[in-house]
Design a protein around this ligand. Sequence first.
Ligand SMILES: O=C(O)[C@H](O)[C@@H](O)[C@H](O)[C@H](O)COP(=O)(O)O
Length: 223
Amino acid sequence: MEFVEYADREMMMVTLADRLSSELKSYLLHQDHASLAVPGGTTPGPIFDTLSGAALDWSRIHVMLTDERWVPEDHERSNTRLLRQRLLTGRAEEAQYVPLYEPTETPEDAMETLAARIGPELPLSLLLLGMGDDMHTASLFPGADRLDDALRSDAPPVMAMRGGGAPEPRVTLTGPVLRGAMSTHVLITGPSKREALERARHLKPSEAPVAAILGDATVHWAE
Ligand SMILES: O=C(O)[C@H](O)[C@@H](O)[C@H](O)[C@H](O)COP(=O)(O)O
């Protein structure tokens, strides 16, 4: 794991957005398209604001979420809504969006469709993840109903996930997909997430799911 500490959040957001943008650019020099997976939640908005204006061939970039809350796209807790407002806009409007949501009653009803969509995007070219104080990443929550299955090396690419403190049913990319990304960055802010990260480094993924992906990740932190 590499740990990068920034003087402040604003500096971190701009610097990391630039880094993601140059990784995408290099990737596209040698590949037809790049797959970019990003988290929802409250932290990454400012990165999306900068990244969406990057001078990239967005038509060759496939964008998807690392996890989604099972709520309609216009719901205030929808990660898709956040992406449409802050990332898939400006220059990035040209990107191909790969939705991790279908308007079915339960996520289980859509699993086959979502897996068929995500399969061709693997391995992910670039993965950005968030983390919660409870050491969850994507929607791999400690104590969630299918956590152990989702961490197995033979897990399907996408799984429904419930419990472990998540207020609504979720769908998440699984352990092998996250671990298989060509490049992984984790974005965290504040003292409690830094402490949680330190704790996670000494725990098993079944207790601290973020531990499953830390090995090859670069963690970016600002107070
Ligand atoms: O839908 C989600 O909630 C996310 O994708 C999730 O994995 C997020 O990255 C962490 O919960 C951190 O969330 P915050 O950035 O809001 O602290």
